[in-house]
Write a protein of this length. Sequence first.
Length: 370
Amino acid sequence: MRLTLAILWAGLGLGCGQSDELVSDAITPPNASQKRTVLADALVYDKTAERVYQVGEAIPYTGNVVWFHENGLLQQETSYQDGREHGPTIWWHEDGSRAGQSMHVNGVLNGPLIQWHPGGTAKELQVMYENGRQVGSEVWWHANGREQSITPYVAGNREGKAMGWFVDGTKSWESVWVKDEPQGQYLEWYSSGQIKSVKTYAQGIQHGIETWFYESGGKSYEVNWVEGKKEGGLTEWYESGAKMSETIYREDLKNETAIGWYESGQKAYETQYFMDEEVAVQEWTEAGEVVPAPPVPLGLVRTWKVGEIEQFYKDRAQNFVFIAFGQPDKVEGDTWLYNNIAVEEKFCSVLFTFTNNMVTTILVTAPDES
């Protein structure tokens, strides 16, 4: 779990522009013995100097900055020196209980950062910083005091085994990090202890079989990854173990024919994909009856790229062509002709030739071609 803080100082130096008006929001006047304190609205951030200034002053701000909740209670107090965070930052929940504290040195986090759950007694988060970079273990806790996750850091990068737990203490996930990238298996569990998912990473990129399970133990989903892209078959199952669907991927794109089944085993659909686009669909009812096709087949309304029809339908079965394009405009022997097929900016004629009900040749002809 990455660190996500609600500390308001992080927003002070971002997106603040210079103001033409002199705004005086000082709470305490500066003097020799007391740090002055101003509202955050009284400050602006100079991106060039990388310093915070009080509006109307040319010297970087030194003193405390405060924010308040809508109910009037103090929300945060941050110490500044020479226009940068320097010293403690403390923040509070709306009920007045402590919410967190951190330490800056010359504008960067240094030392422990701690957050508490509402109420201010149960610790929520603890991390350690050295010169602005996380080191050691980042630990999150549930409100009941049990650990929620532990992630090790080295010089600002996640490094080593990270683990997470459910509120009852059972393990929820586990991963390994190398130089801030996931490496090896990433595992998730149900609160019952049953494995939920298994993924594999190589140098931060998903690679290998990804499998998901039902809490009852059976597989629900499985797909292969090659260097961050889905490759090969993606299979889904019903909790009963019956196959739900099979989809083919090539370089992370759906290709070829996806098939779905009812839990009874009866085929539910066949969908043809090309480069992740649906080009034809045939559906059946659970009783096995054919669902009427759309009034206009998808192959007739789709705008094809040059070469796509030849690439996708060569060596395909005749029924694939019929599902995609419907009834041909002309049939002569073993050839089917379709007119007015959109291929990029032209309406072309497409001639399919079949041998033993398989496509052997495809000729796409533009109107101005002889």
